[in-house]
Design a protein around this ligand. Structure first.
Ligand SMILES: [Zn+2]
Length: 378
C-alpha cells in the first residue's frame, strides 16, 4: 500500500523542495502521464526516505481561539472564524479547496469565506481559490501581481527559465530534482498538466490558470479589521519567495507563515536544515536574515503555518536566523581565507547543527548555496 502511494506520488506530484514537496497525497490523484520529453525522470526517482514527509490525510484542527488549520498531508491552510464569516490563508489546490468548502460548511454552517490571503505565489499553496471566488476577496503582497504579469515567475526549488524562452518547460522543473531528488525541482507534470494548448510547455498564463488574481494588494504592511478581529499582513522581505505574506492574528497572538521560515522539510521541529536550492532561492542571505528579524519583531505567542505539525515559538524562529547567520559567517570566513568550495565542503562541519534534521543530506548543499549566494549578492 505504502509503495503504491509512493509510486503515485512520484508519478503524480511535485518533487518538491523548499515548498514544493509533493503535497503528500495532496494531488496524488493527478497521475496522468505528462506529455513531452524528460518526464520519465519523475518515475525514475527513488522513493523518498522513510518519514521524510507527513503521510497523506486531511483534517481541520484547532490552533488557538478562533484560529484553525486544515491540512492536506504536510501542507496546511489557515482558517479564522468570525461572526461575519471566515478568512482563509491559502487554498492549496482545486481538489483540496473543494473538499475544504464542504468541510467548512459543516463545521461553520452559514459562514461564507469572505477573504483568502494568498501567502505567496507558489502554486502548491495558492491554487484552488476559484472554489471560493463566489464569496471571497483575495489579498496578497503586491509582488504576487508582478509574478502573474505574464513573465516567467519566481519559483522555488531552483526552478528557473534556464533556456530563457519565457515558458515553463518540463526539463526546467525536473532538472533540479534529478540532481537532488525530493529536495529541489518538481515533477514534470506540474507543468504538463497545465499545458492547455498542447505545445508541451506552459506559458505563464497557463501556469497560473488555477491561481486567483488578488483583488487587494499591499506593499509592506496591511491591517484588516474583520468580524471584530484584527489581522496584520506583513511582508517580511525576500527569502523563500519574493511576495510572501506573514499573517498575524492579533487577537489570538498567532502568527501564520508559509514556507518561510518553515519549509516543507519541517515537521515537528524547526531544527531542520533549509533545503537550500540554488543560491537560497535567489535572495541574499542578508535579506533572509532581515526577514527572520521582521517576524521576530512581531507580537505573537505561537507560530503555525503552511508546514510543520506543531506550533513553534519565537525562539524557534530565532534559531533559524542564528543558523543562517552562522552559515554566512562560516562561509564568508572560509572565502576570505582563500578556501575553495570543495575544501569548504570537506572542512566546514556546521558542528552546532549536527543534530538538526537533514544534516547529512543538506550540510554540503547549504555550504554551496551560501557560497553561491555570497558570490552573487555582494
Ligand atoms: Zn513556496
Amino acid at each position: 500500500m505504502r509503495g503504491r502511494n509512493l509510486t503515485r506520488m512520484a508519478l503524480g506530484m511535485l518533487l518538491l523542495a523548499c515548498c514544493v514537496r509533493l503535497a503528500a497525497g495532496a494531488d496524488a490523484t493527478v497521475t496522468r502521464t505528462p506529455a513531452g520529453n524528460g518526464n520519465g525522470a519523475a518515475a525514475r526517482l527513488p522513493p523518498p526516505p522513510p518519514g521524510m514527509f507527513v503521510p497523506p490525510g486531511r483534517a481541520i484542527t484547532h490552533v488557538k481561539g478562533d484560529v484553525y488549520r486544515a491540512n492536506n498531508g504536510g501542507w496546511y491552510v489557515g482558517i479564522l472564524d468570525t461572526p461575519e464569516g471566515l478568512l482563509l490563508v491559502d487554498t492549496l489546490s482545486v481538489p483540496f479547496a473543494t473538499w475544504l468548502k464542504d468541510e467548512l460548511a459543516k463545521k461553520f454552517p452559514g459562514k461564507p469565506v469572505k477573504y483568502v490571503v494568498l501567502s505567496h505565489s507558489h502554486w502548491d499553496h495558492t491554487e484552488g481559490g476559484k472554489v471560493f471566488a463566489d464569496t471571497a476577496k483575495f489579498i496578497a503582497q503586491e509582488g504576487f501581481l508582478r509574478n502573474m504579469d505574464g513573465r516567467y515567475p519566481a519559483l522555488p526549488g531552483d526552478i528557473v527559465d534556464r533556456n530563457s524562452d519565457g515558458y515553463l518547460d518540463v526539463p526546467e522543473f525536473e532538472q533540479p530534482s534529478q540532481l537532488r531528488p525530493w529536495y529541489c525541482g518538481a515533477g514534470g507534470n506540474t507543468v504538463s498538466s497545465k499545458d492547455r494548448n498542447g505545445d508541451g510547455r506552459a506559458s505563464p498564463e497557463e501556469f497560473f490558470a488555477d491561481t486567483p488574481r488578488p483583488d487587494i494588494v499591499y506593499a509592506s504592511r496591511m491591517t484588516l479589521r474583520f468580524g471584530g478581529k484584527t489581522i496584520d499582513l506583513v511582508f517580511p522581505g525576500k527569502n523563500h519567495a519574493n511576495d510572501g505574506t506573514a499573517v498575524l492574528f492579533r487577537d489570538e497572538r498567532v502568527l501564520f507563515t508559509v514556507d518561510f521560515p518553515a519549509d516543507a522539510l519541517v515537521q515537528g521541529s524547526m531544527r531542520s536544515l533549509p533545503s537550500a536550492c540554488g543560491p537560497f532561492d535567489g535572495h541574499s542571505m542578508d535579506e533572509w536574515i532581515k526577514s527572520y528579524r521582521t517576524l521576530e519583531s512581531l507580537d505573537f505567542d505561537i507560530s503555525v503555518g503552511g508546514h510543520g505539525t506543531a506550533p513553534f515559538t519565537k525562539q524557534d524562529l530565532a534559531e533559524g536566523r542564528l543558523f543562517m547567520e552562522y552559515l554566512k559567517r562560516e562561509v564568508e570566513g572560509a572565502m576570505s581565507r582563500g578556501m575553495t568550495l570543495e575544501q569548504m565542503k570537506k572542512t566546514l562541519m556546521l558542528e552546532p547543527y549536527r543534530e538538526w534534521r537533514h544534516y547529512e543530506q543538506l550540510r554540503e548543499w547549504n555550504i554551496q548555496a551560501a557560497y553561491d549566494n555570497l558570490k552573487t549578492y555582494k
